[in-house]
Design a protein around this ligand. Structure first.
Ligand code: ZN
Length: 302
């Protein structure tokens, strides 16, 4: 019987993946309004007829990577229980007013910090959280998971991933339970949102598809996988995502979790200075490049 408590904590968030509407509008918002860097232009490896666009901090560090499966239709998904509700960037407190003048949104206070809540053009909620000592622009502060029954999810966070309970706060329409990792890893906070009214998540543009946590290396990923399997979680085999190795499981609250490695990294198929410039396909699709490109909408990057 393996030890079900892992001694090495997870290293924060690796990336968050959401579903957007039309790719060009998504690209314009995340690069022009939000000023994150397009760090990879590829396709959904499980559905290569759609783009998969990656944005991040200038250095594309894990913990800053926001990705979208870009659908061209506008049918809206619905935020609700069983999915992540929002992702959040850390921002220097003095920069918050300027961001609000650019992005709009509403200000509130959460656990003593100012939070700007914004919605992107396709209905995706995200936040800017004021934090003194915030790193370079584009690094995550946290993610919020919308969960009906928080205890089983909290058990994964605390017993497997190494998070500690920080506190609970009442918000409009529900309560928020905060969990954090020791140290200063980017994206080291996870909030569980427990709403007063039952609303089920429905996938589609404007909703988060999965949340990827960061393993320290492949050995750590493998140890986490063993612990999760021993607890009865249904974890996938290790999948090669070209830029990282990934395992997936649906946590007890219904949110799809991924655990990803830092390596090989986003510069495996183009230099750091040129990230996002070319359409990058994994080896299994290269033979099909002409047909895949013909079916993708043209994108203007300027
Ligand atoms: Zn992922």
């Amino acid at each position: 019987m393996s030890d079900q408590h892992l001694k090495t904590p997870i290293a924060g968030l690796h990336h968050v993946t959401a579903i957007s509407g039309p790719a060009q509008e998504n690209l314009d918002f995340y690069t022009k309004a939000l000023k994150t860097r397009l760090i990879k232009k590829t396709v959904n490896f499980d559905a290569p007829e759609m783009y998969h666009l990656y944005y991040g901090a200038q250095d594309a560090r894990p913990g800053s990577v926001m990705t979208f499966f870009n659908r061209e239709e506008r049918g809206q998904g619905q935020a609700g229980a069983g999915a992540a509700q929002a992702f959040a960037y850390a921002v220097a407190p003095e920069d918050l007013p300027e961001w609000q003048s650019v992005l709009g949104g509403s200000l509130s206070t959460r656990f003593g910090a100012q939070v700007l809540s914004v919605t992107d053009p396709h209905g995706q909620a995200f936040e800017l959280v004021a934090e003194s000592g915030a790193g370079p622009w584009g690094v995550f502060h946290s993610v919020t998971l919308w969960i009906d029954d928080p205890d089983p999810t909290a058990a994964i966070l605390t017993e497997v991933f190494g998070y500690a309970f920080i506190g609970e706060e009442r918000g409009t329409g529900g309560r928020r339970l905060r969990y954090g990792l020791p140290g200063d890893a980017p994206g080291r906070v996870v909030d569980l949102w427990v709403a007063d009214e039952a609303v089920k998540a429905r996938p589609g543009p404007g909703t988060i598809h999965h949340v990827a946590f960061r393993a320290r290396d492949t050995a750590h990923q493998s140890a986490l996988r063993e612990v999760l399997l021993a607890r009865g979680e249904r974890v996938t085999e290790v999948k090669d995502r070209q830029y990282f190795k990934a395992i997936y499981f649906r946590e007890p609250g219904g949110v799809l979790f991924e655990i990803a490695t830092d390596g090989p990294g986003f510069d495996i198929d183009e230099p750091m200075t040129q990230l996002g410039e070319g359409l990058k396909l994994p080896p299994q699709y290269e033979a099909d490049r002409a047909r895949i490109e013909a079916h993708l909408p043209a994108l203007t990057v300027d």
